[in-house]
Design a protein around this ligand. Sequence first.
Ligand SMILES: Nc1ncnc2c1ncn2[C@@H]1O[C@H](COP(=O)(O)OP(=O)(O)O)[C@@H](O)[C@H]1O
Ligand SMILES: [Mg+2]
Length: 227
Amino acid sequence: MFIGGIAGMERVISHDVNPPYLSLLTGPPGSMKTSFALSIISNHLRRTGGFGLYCTVEETVDSLLKTCNSMGLELPPNLQITDLTELRKENEAMDYLKFTRRMIQHFKQERGEQFSVFILDSLGAIYSLTKVDEEMRKKMFGFFDFLRNQGLYTFIITERQSGEFAELQGNEGFIADGIINLGLDRRNGKIVRTMQVEKMRHIRHSMEKQAIDISPGGVTVLGPLFD
Ligand SMILES: Nc1ncnc2c1ncn2[C@@H]1O[C@H](COP(=O)(O)OP(=O)(O)O)[C@@H](O)[C@H]1O
Ligand SMILES: [Mg+2]
C-alpha cells in the first residue's frame, strides 16, 4: 500500500502494512493531503486491480480531477469517487456517517474482497456539518471501529496546524493505526513540502521529516531533511 503507492516510501518504512489499517493524513491547508491520498489510492489500485472508494466532502469531483491532471496522475477505472458536497446542499440534517457506512456496506457486498481502500476527505468537513457533542464522539468511535472491521486500508484526512496534536474533536489519534503529517517548512529562504510519519503500528519507520514533491506518478518522497 505505502510502498508502491507513494514513490520513495521505501526510504521511510522497513516493510508494508496489512489491512485492516486506518491512517490519519493530517496537515494544514495546501499541504497536499488530497494530492497524497489521490496518489496512493490510484497507484495502489492500478497495481493490484482492486476497487477503491474516495469520499469527498470538501471539494467537487471536478476539482479533484483538476488536481490529478495537474499532477499528471491518471485515475484508475476501478476508483469510485463519491461527492458528498452535492448531498450537503440538498439535505442539511443528514447523518453523514450513517450514509458513508451504508455506502461502504453496499460496495463490500457488490465487490467483496476486491474493495480494498477507502478514503474520507475530510473528517473536519463532516464535523463542521454536525453538532459535535458526546453523542457524536461516540458515533465517530463506532465509525472507526466499523471501518476497521471492513478489512480496508482506510485514510482519514484531517486538517491540523503545525504543533497541534492529531486529535480533532475526539480520540482519532489514539484509534488510528498510523498518523502521517504533511506540512510546509522554511529552509534557507525556501519553502519545502514535508511528510513525517508520527505513528505506524506494527512496523519500523523513520521519524525524520522527509522532503516531498510532485512528480509524474503523484506525490513522491525525496529524502530526509536535515537541520
Ligand atoms: N502540479 C503540481 N505540482 C506541484 N505542486 C502542486 C501541483 N498542483 C498543486 N500543487 C500544490 O498543491 C497544493 C494543494 O494541494 P492539496 O492536495 O489540495 O492540499 P490539501 O488537501 O492539503 O489542502 C497547492 O496549494 C499547490 O501548492
Ligand atoms: Mg484537501
